[in-house]
Unconditional design. Structure first.
Length: 1085
């Protein structure tokens, strides 16, 4: 600004006394830099002090969202501060938008500009800071405004005074540093004997002391009068500012502002609801722990320790990390108890990687006392990672720690190994691990054998290391993968021999062979140990009866035969011998089973075949006769001729793999299509019958459901559409899936991903829960086939899925439901879908959820209504969709009006009002149809002023009238007392109700007789199957087919009823809407 413009401005200020010039207007428009404005303002302050102060006050008020002329220069001269504050209070109003937090374009960077105003004011003011006028004026006004009731004023004033205080503290620290430098200069001048210079330095020191004293007085007033109160403010943004201010002052000038009051505030703010406040305080504690702490403060830190440990489980991840790091440093000052270490150590298995990393550092420091070797991958990541003397001891420390804290959950080893991977070389000391496994062997006399759980953990450490190396793409890890595989191929034959009698350890060793890098066979002569390894796996396959072990041995031998390596030919030969031997033994056992009914040995050989066919195509070795044998076993189980679910389960799994291998073969040999389709259809029928069998053993039925869904996804998915082998899913199949789904209750269990904390109640930590594994399995498989198979997509199964699982708010199930919703939401772009699919499915789901109007049904409908609105969005709907939706609303309303107990269902329906789903004329027709009946019902049921019973109906009609444009009195929400009165009335009326009428019983009799008929038919069917038991050469599958036929007959009957309902005229629908809705809602029941 030029000198002439300044003079003109000064003349204008002299002539204008009634209003205050908005001197900082360029700041709001972001025209000038704050420093330039402050320099001009300081010039104004030196010539026109009162006008300058008035303009700065105008800036403060404008920043609060108030008028710039609310307090004029005349007001400042004539009125006292108390009257002016009252005036501000009267003219202000609470609002959510003010410059400091506004997202408008004009105020995008306002908080940064406003902060720089105070920064440059203190930096450029010079001696004006100490004149006792300027800063006293600003501090008094800002302090007073921080106590206003309006949030915008209080927040902006706190922001201003905090930034002013921080700038003053920076100045104070500079002045104190200058004083320290001055003392050094004084000492030098005293030694040199320059008295004149010494006197000048003493005068300068006196001036510095005066300035420091004034600055401390101002800062103390801010600390006591503002920050001490604002850290308890109801507004989280203000508490965040206060916590950041306390942290900044304590860190910048600890000798003055790290005191008892600071620790008292910190202790209070550690419990703050705002995560930003907690994070600022815990970060300060983290820094304090690295300083040389005054002994008098150690007792105060000990008082904060329980809360700091509890914050390791904070809901905010940043707070958790800071708290764990603080605990690590605190442990070096005051040793933690074992119980405290246990609480923090359990976080090693949390899902967040940063928290795991911080916990790992704590464990190495606090639990292991830095006794683990700390060499990382960057330094000597070679073959001999176990060359250190203490490697075995370090591994045992890790093993014992894992056993202590994991509760035997082996799946937790992967995150454990990842956490320690780059922290210590002990987790990569593979040679030492294999040596530990051979303790107690004759090759190592005088050594004590490890416990089984220790051996299992070490083997899984090796498995996890192989997995981790596979996921890394660098060259060093690749070399290390080869080196580790070399070590294992050399040692595994000996270990298999040593643990031959130990089934559990042999199983774990078999897992290990699946992760070997066979390229290691080219780098070293490992022919002899590799052949020994193949022999060991073959022997284990022929000796074990554990399906998990057999699956792993089969997978390993198949891998050795498939992957290219120098010894691949030998691997293939050995696998072929094993397959031929197993198939021959299976043939013998089937003969014994047919003639003598021997089941025990057959079950073992079926498992061995299952372990092979799951990973290798052995259809040629099995021959077609074995297919007939497998289907015969399942048919016998379905007809209740045998009760062994174990052999039935093995046969079902073998048939599942048979279908996959045969399908792969048919792709190349199209002449086999007819034979494949016949066998495939037979497999589907058997799986469907197993799922439909109500008295089927639980695990077998669950596995059959899984196999059925997996098979359908392959043969009926989008990839198979249009091919010769595509399978169109019929009503009998998806109907069986629908019935099985509706039988599964949604049970909850504790989330296994987080180890339960023994001190959860002490620390107020909640263990998360989720749906149990059975509910998740059913939900996942149904969701996958819905999103995969076009024929399923257009069936009733999706609506049944949403009616059963769509209402659940459990973590896993809710994620799956959202995934399926998104699939249908964007299904318009896919050729097999149309734009009505999602709407139709959701509408049918709502009808099914309506049920009988019980509390459970109503709550389910409310939850699904929310998902409907979220998925469909806002209207208008298409004309046909709108017509369907009107009928649904009309049926739902009349269903609710049929019984006062159903009134709460209107709360769910009210969610659709105002979403513009139907046209205005349709809305008017709907209102006219129900308003008169509703008014009569309200008049009859309403008892005096108590409207607790009729409130849902009154509210629904009121919302409907608003949409139509009619004026209707808004209902008053009933009090809790009114609700309690109605509840008591209901209870007494229930006690007085007579027993159920005989008419109702007579209505139930036909249904019971029908059930008896069906059960008699099934008994007849079973008897005929038992009488006409086939020979070994002719084994019909009549039982399974008849079972499927019975199911399809039931389904076709339901389909005919649905068609009749759809063919009815709209007039008939209006006459009996309640009955029709109930039938639709109870379809699955």
């Amino acid at each position: 600004m030029s000198l002439n413009s300044r003079k003109k401005r000064d003349q204008g200020l002299e002539s204008n006394s009634s209003s205050t010039k908005d001197y900082f207007d360029p700041l709001h428009n972001e025209i000038l830099d704050p420093r330039a404005l402050i320099l001009d303002w300081l010039h104004l302050y030196s010539t026109h002090e009162k006008e300058a102060l008035a303009s700065f006050l105008s800036l403060i008020l404008q920043s609060c969202g108030l008028s710039k002329n609310l307090v004029t220069l005349d007001d400042l001269e004539e009125s006292d501060m108390e009257n002016l504050l009252s005036k501000i209070q009267e003219d202000s109003k609470d609002c959510d938008e003010y410059p400091l937090i506004s997202k408008n374009k004009g105020f995008k960077n306002y908080s940064s500009l406003y902060h720089r105003v105070y920064f440059h004011l203190i930096r450029e003011a010079g001696d004006k800071i100490y004149d006792g006028i300027m800063l006293n004026f600003l501090i008094n006004w800002l302090s007073s405004l921080t106590f206003m009731t309006m949030r915008p004023i209080r927040h902006t004033a706190t922001f201003g005074i905090v930034n002013l205080g921080n700038s003053l503290l920076d100045l104070l620290v500079n002045e104190v540093n200058d004083k320290e430098k001055l003392k050094v200069l004084k000492q030098n001048e005293a030694k040199s004997g320059n008295n004149q210079k010494l006197e000048e330095l003493k005068e300068h020191e006196i001036q510095l002391d005066t300035k420091i004293k004034k600055l401390i007085e101002m800062l103390d007033s801010i600390r006591k009068e503002v920050i001490g109160f604002r850290c308890k403010d109801i507004m989280p943004e203000i508490r965040i500012l206060s916590s950041q201010c306390i942290s900044y002052w304590a860190e910048k000038y600890p000798s003055k502002y790290l005191n008892n009051d600071t620790f008292k505030c910190m202790g209070m703010m550690l419990y703050d609801k705002s995560p930003e406040v907690r994070e600022a305080v815990i970060r300060l504690i983290n820094k304090i722990c690295t300083w040389e702490i005054d002994p008098k403060f150690i007792g105060l830190i000990i008082k904060l320790k329980p809360r700091i440990i509890a914050m390791c489980y904070d809901i905010e991840n940043k707070c958790c990390i800071e708290a764990i790091e603080a605990c690590k440093k605190l442990n070096e000052i005051i040793k933690f108890s074992d119980e405290d270490k246990d609480v923090i150590s359990r976080l090693i298995w949390t899902e967040n990687e940063e928290i795991r990393d911080a916990t790992c550092d704590f464990i190495i420091s606090a639990v292991f006392n830095d006794s683990l070797p700390k060499e990382t991958m960057a330094t000597g990541f070679g073959l001999d990672q176990g060359k250190y003397i203490d490697a075995e001891k370090a591994i045992l420390l890790l093993v014992n720690f894992f056993i202590k804290y994991s509760n035997g959950q082996i799946y937790l080893i992967d995150p454990f190994v990842k956490a320690f991977w780059s922290k210590t070389s002990a987790i990569r000391s593979w040679e030492a691990m294999t040596n530990l496994l051979s303790l107690g062997d004759s090759s190592r006399p005088g050594t004590a054998e490890l416990h089984n759980d220790q051996k299992m953990v070490i083997i899984n450490f090796l498995i996890s290391s192989l997995k981790n190396l596979q996921n890394l793409s660098e060259q060093k890890p690749k070399n290390s993968m080869v080196n580790l595989s070399t070590i294992l191929i050399s040692h595994l034959p000996q270990l298999f021999t040593y643990f031959r009698a130990n089934q559990i350890i042999s199983n774990e060793l078999a897992k290990l062979t699946n992760y070997l890098d066979l390229s290691a066979l080219a780098s070293k002569d490992l022919k002899a140990p590799f052949n020994q390894l193949i022999s060991a796996l073959t022997d284990l396959h022929l000796q074990s009866d554990n399906i998990e072990t057999l699956m792993k041995t089969g997978q390993s031998l198949s891998k050795f035969a498939k992957e290219p390596h120098p010894l691949q030919k030998d691997s293939r030969t050995e696998l072929t011998k094993l397959t031929d031997y197993c198939c021959e033994e299976l043939k013998k056992e089937f003969k014994k089973f047919t003639l003598e009914g021997e089941e025990g040995v057959l079950e073992v050989w079926l498992k061995r075949i299952e372990g092979l066919i799951s990973h290798k195509d052995i259809l040629e070795e099995l021959t077609k006769e074995r297919f007939e044998d497998f289907t015969y076993v399942i048919s016998q189980y379905l007809s209740d001729s045998i009760n062994n679910s174990g052999i039935t389960l093995s046969c079902a799994r073998i048939l599942y793999s048979w279908n996959l291998w045969y399908l792969h073969e048919v792709v190349e040999k199209t002449e086999l299509v007819d034979d494949y389709i016949e066998k495939r259809n037979n497999i589907i029928e058997l799986f469907t019958a197993l799922v439909a069998k109500a008295d089927c053993q639980f695990e077998l039925r669950k596995e059959a459901f899984k196999l059925l869904c997996e098979t359908i996804m392959v043969i009926s998915g989008k990839n198979s559409k249009g091919s010769l082998v595509h399978y169109e899913v019929g009503e009998d199949v998806w109907g069986t899936i629908e019935e099985y789904m509706s039988e599964i209750p949604i049970d909850t269990e504790n989330d296994a991903k987080m180890i339960s904390n023994p001190n959860a109640t002490v620390l107020n930590i909640k263990n998360s829960s989720d749906a149990d594994s059975t509910s998740q399995l059913v939900c996942i498989h149904i969701a996958r086939i819905i999103c995969t198979c076009p024929s399923i997509t257009n069936s009733h199964l999706p609506s049944s899925f949403f009616a059963n699982f769509g209402i659940s708010t459990l973590k896993t199930i809710n994620i799956i439901v959202k995934h399926v919703l998104n699939f249908f939401k964007f299904a318009e772009n896919k050729p097999e879908s149309n734009d009505n699919v999602l709407f139709t499915i959701m509408l049918e789901s709502l009808i099914k959820c309506m049920g009988n109007g019980t509390d459970e049904d109503i709550n389910a409908m409310k939850e699904l209504a929310k998902k409907f609105v979220t998925s469909i969005g806002v209207g208008p709907l298409k004309s046909k969709q709108a017509d369907k939706f009107v009928l649904f609303l009309l049926d739902g309303i009349k269903f609710a009006l049929n019984d006062k107990e159903n009134f709460p269902i209107l709360e769910a329906l009210s969610m659709f009002i105002g979403k513009n789903y139907i046209s205005q004329s349709q809305m008017k027709d709907l209102y006219e149809k129900i308003s008169k009946d509703s008014d009569k019902i309200i008049e009859v049921l309403k008892t005096g002023e108590n409207n607790a019973e009729t409130y849902p109906l009154e509210k629904f009609v009121y919302l409907l009238s608003k949409q139509v444009g009619l004026s209707r009195t808004a209902p008053i929400e009933p009090s809790e007392n009114d609700k309690m009165v109605i509840e008591k009335t209901k209870k007494t009326s229930k006690m007085k109700t007579p027993p159920k009428s005989t008419a109702k019983k007579s209505k139930e009799k036909p249904a019971q007789s029908e059930k008896k008929k069906t059960s008699q038919e099934e008994d007849k069917l079973n008897k005929t199957n038992k009488k006409e038991e086939p020979s070994s050469s002719q084994r019909p599958r009549r039982a399974a087919k008849d079972k499927a036929k019975l199911i399809s007959e039931k389904k076709s009957k339901k389909k005919e009823d649905n068609k009749k309902r759809k063919e009815r005229s709209p007039i008939e629908d209006e006459e009996e809407p309640v009955a029709r809705t109930r039938k639709a809602a109870l379809r699955r029941k």
